[in-house]
Design a protein around this ligand. Structure first.
Ligand code: EPZ
Length: 419
């Protein structure tokens, strides 16, 4: 079951329902540590990354169960544990999200340096800088970080690196600051929809966060938070992946539960290339074309073109006549999939953090290896248009971020099966 077999050449047609956003669900689930009582979270996708955060929460005294309507019910039963199990933390970068909540609520947090997708250096210095600014004592030893603070105090914190803002760093500092004494200002905050979503969830639990969705977040600390009920937004990266799949296979796909507001950069890019896209409040229709134009893009923080769609767009550009260029500004080494596309006949040259793609007529099916989540998606897209059969090995990565991808693609007419 760790190999996907795709027989290429089918245009995708029909309707697909986009799942809840993984990158919104993970920090929101972690934030339940901050509250008393029970929270009910709807539209949480069934993914291996969600399983990991649920297991971490269970080990930290938060009981989580999935109801028959798919909602996750989270209830804090015990508040003495403060150390996240290393074997789980090493599986997923987003495990770092428990740091802020543990420190704020339990005055102590211990966590191994997190693992996750292999997409280049992923430091956590900004997370730690934020916690220190709030008054935490940070100790690093044996590849573990331990933070302590009897009481956190609000402060003004600039969170940024040469790669821009930090999504989970902003989430972590915001989650620590909601229970700090006084006012915290986060400057250069990430304004990805998933960060906005976390802030809204925290406010529903009783936090006082303003400036939501902007580069400056202002947080007035409160004494305690209560459980609440919330519905996770749809996954803009899953939606973007299906949009590219529809365009690339010259198909016609209706996406339900997809918010075009969060997808403007990919919509603009695909339209510039010649795709016809209809946008409604929670529905997008993508009509593929026979002829597309090449394009040049660079990935930047939201609302720019997302790094999480970089590999999928590059995959499409391999079959668009002319020369396209894709520059990665957030994770300059996020090109592990390129050598796999080359095996399929693609014509791609990498120069530092840019790839130049000369479009060819067709890719050819062969055996390729998935190295991370979005690389897996890029190879699936390539397989959908390749001549003959593509075998994608190590496909387990895809289950980290795409709910039922094989079923959804089959439903749209793709010939795709697990082996
Ligand atoms: C989030 O990771 C997402 N993960 C990633 O999605 C996404 O690629 C990334 O944001 C960028 O959009 C989740 O939300 C769970 P960052 P995050 O901190 O928060 C540097 C996917 O495929 N940096 O915003 O960990 C960092 O190296 C995943 O779903 C520091 O220098 O990313 C990078 O260059 C993979 N120091 C840039 O900032 C720090 O302390 C942005 O990273 C933190 C980050």
């Amino acid at each position: 079951m760790d190999t996907l077999l795709i027989k290429g050449g089918k245009s995708l047609r029909g309707t697909v329902k986009i799942s809840g956003a993984k990158n919104a669900a993970l920090p929101i689930l972690a934030s339940t540590i901050l509250s008393r009582g029970t929270s009910i979270i709807h539209n949480v996708p069934q993914l291996s990354d969600v399983d990991v955060i649920v297991q971490i929460l269970s080990s930290l005294g938060v009981a989580v169960h999935r109801r028959s309507d798919q909602a996750l019910v989270c209830c804090v039963n015990e508040e003495t544990s403060y150390a996240a199990p290393s074997e789980l933390v090493k599986k997923m970068r987003a495990s770092i999200c428990v740091l802020g909540p543990l420190l704020a609520k339990r005055k102590k947090a211990r966590i191994a340096f997190p693992g996750g997708c292999v997409i280049g250096d992923r430091p956590i210095d900004l997370h730690l800088k934020g916690m220190e600014a709030l008054g935490a004592h940070v100790q690093v030893e044996n590849n573990h970080i331990e933070l302590t603070a009897q009481k956190l105090n609000g402060n003004s914190i600039y969170l940024g690196s040469s790669f821009g803002s930090t999504v989970l760093g902003t989430a972590n500092v915001m989650m620590a600051a909601v229970l700090a004494r006084g006012k915290t200002t986060i400057k250069n905050a990430a304004c990805e929809p998933e960060v906005e979503e976390l802030a809204k969830f925290l406010n529903k639990m009783g936090a006082q966060i303003s400036g939501i969705g902007s580069r400056t977040l202002i947080i007035e600390g409160v004494d305690e938070l209560r459980g609440t009920e919330h519905r996770i937004i749809s996954d803009r990266i899953e939606a973007g992946t299906f949009m590219i799949a529809a365009a690339m296979t010259r198909g016609s796909v209706e996406l339900l539960n997809a918010n075009p507001l969060y997808l403007q950069s990919i919509i603009t890019t695909l339209k510039k290339m010649g795709t016809v896209i209809v946008e409604e409040s929670n529905r997008i229709v993508v009509e593929g074309k026979d002829n597309y134009l090449p394009v040049s893009i660079e990935t930047t923080p939201y609302p720019g073109f997302p790094t999480d769609l970089q590999a999928q767009l590059t995959s499409m550009l391999t079959i668009i006549p002319g020369v396209s260029c894709v520059t990665e500004k957030i994770y300059p080494h996020r090109f592990a999939y390129v050598k796999e596309l080359l095996k399929m006949g693609a014509c791609i040259e990498q120069k530092k953090a840019s790839v130049y793609i000369e479009g060819i007529k067709t890719l050819k099916g062969t055996t390729v290896f998935a190295s991370d989540l979005r690389a897996s998606a890029a190879l699936v897209l390539a397989g959908l248009v390749a001549v003959g059969e593509t075998q994608i090995k190590q496909i387990h990565h895809i289950q980290r971020g795409y709910e039922n991808l094989q079923v959804k693609l089959s439903y749209l007419g793709a010939d795709i099966n697990y082996k």
